[in-house]
Design a protein around this ligand. Structure first.
Ligand code: AN0
Ligand code: CP
Length: 315
């Protein structure tokens, strides 16, 4: 694997999931694979889980790790080709990415969408420019439209904890006070559509995701109907795709509560985190035995390690 930005970069998701679960059993089996190899993790936005789990995954494989908080510690980047850089940007991505590629063997990059210009965000301009100019394999640490390491960890978690061959997995929209990206639900949807699960998306009217990601999913505006007999409930807020990046009025009653959970088949509750308590998910759900959000975050290590292992094998 030379690029990990979507499920389409994966040859066989079942093999990758199995690899993640095997690494969980024996984390240090491939310490020699990453010896004298360096990963650079570049953050244009905040992170707790992705940052720490990817570092841990790389260390488990014997790699060296360097982290650059580019938003706070790097020079202000210019993205536009042909720009006359007489404003605030100091360095063009052409040089910045190419120079980073001189120091490391693999680059991880996180870059959120602006949520203003849909075409710009969905063209993945920032991520793709890094890929174009850095000259080394790139792993997405969440780009404008996708969060594949999260989705892989989610699938590993479902595979690990499912009690039926083909569980029912429900992605349900949740309220939030801010406009959030569609990256996590887009990505979750495109992974679940390829997985051996019955996949349902429940959302209020106006929060339809791009069909590019949801092809094959059952989509409903009725949360109660979706939750019926669910084995896994994946809770996530996202802003509207159309009108782009907007938070639509109302829908506070979409918060997942213990009462709603009763409709499910004692479902396990997932969330990528960070979560706003008592806005997206109630305390009683998050603090109940049904919540597997911390376990899920723990599995981020094995997702990252499975991907980095495949990349190292192809260096
Ligand atoms: C981000 C998002 O929704 O994409 C990151 C989640 C992993 N969440 C927030 O900004 C709260
Ligand atoms: N779930 C997730 O990616 O968390 P961070 O934003 O903290 O990395």
């Amino acid at each position: 694997m030379k690029l990990f930005t979507s499920v389409n970069d994966v040859q066989d998701i079942n093999t990758l999931v199995a690899e993640g679960l095997q690494l969980k059993k024996d984390p240090y089996a491939f310490q020699q694979l990453g010896k004298n190899k360096t990963i650079g993790l570049v953050f244009l936005n905040p992170s707790l889980r992705t940052r720490m789990s990817t570092q841990k995954a790389a260390l488990n494989l014997g790699m060296n790790v360097m982290v650059l908080n580019m938003d706070k510690e790097g020079w202000a980047l210019e993205m536009q080709d042909g720009a006359v850089m007489n404003g605030n940007s100091v360095e063009h991505v052409k040089e910045a990415a190419a120079v980073l590629g001189q120091y490391v063997d693999i680059i991880g990059i996180r870059s959120f969408p602006g949520l203003k210009d849909r075409d710009e965000d969905y063209s993945e301009q920032v991520f793709n420019k890094f890929v174009q100019y850095c000259g080394v394999p790139v792993v997405s640490l969440e780009s404008a439209t996708r969060h594949p390491l999260q989705s892989l960890a989610d699938l590993i978690t479902i595979e690990e904890l499912k009690t039926k061959d083909r569980p029912k997995v429900v992605l349900t929209w949740a309220p939030h006070v801010k406009a959030l990206p569609q990256a996590v639900p887009n990505s979750f949807a495109e992974w679940m559509c390829k997985a051996d699960v019955d996949f349902v998306i429940a959302q209020p009217k106006g929060y339809e995701l791009s069909t590019e990601f949801t092809n094959g999913a059952t989509i409903t505006y009725n949360q109660d109907e979706a939750l019926k007999d669910a084995d896994f409930v994946y809770v996530k807020n996202w802003s509207a795709y159309e009108p782009y990046g907007q938070v639509l009025p109302g829908n506070a009653d979409w918060m997942l509560t213990a009462d709603k959970l009763k409709i499910t088949d004692n479902a396990k509750v997932m969330h990528c985190l960070p979560v706003r308590r008592n806005v997206e998910l109630s305390d009683e759900v998050l603090d109940s035995d049904n919540s597997i959000v911390v376990h899920e975050a723990g599995n981020r290590v094995w997702a990252a390690q499975a991907v980095l292992k495949q990349m190292l094998e192809n260096l």
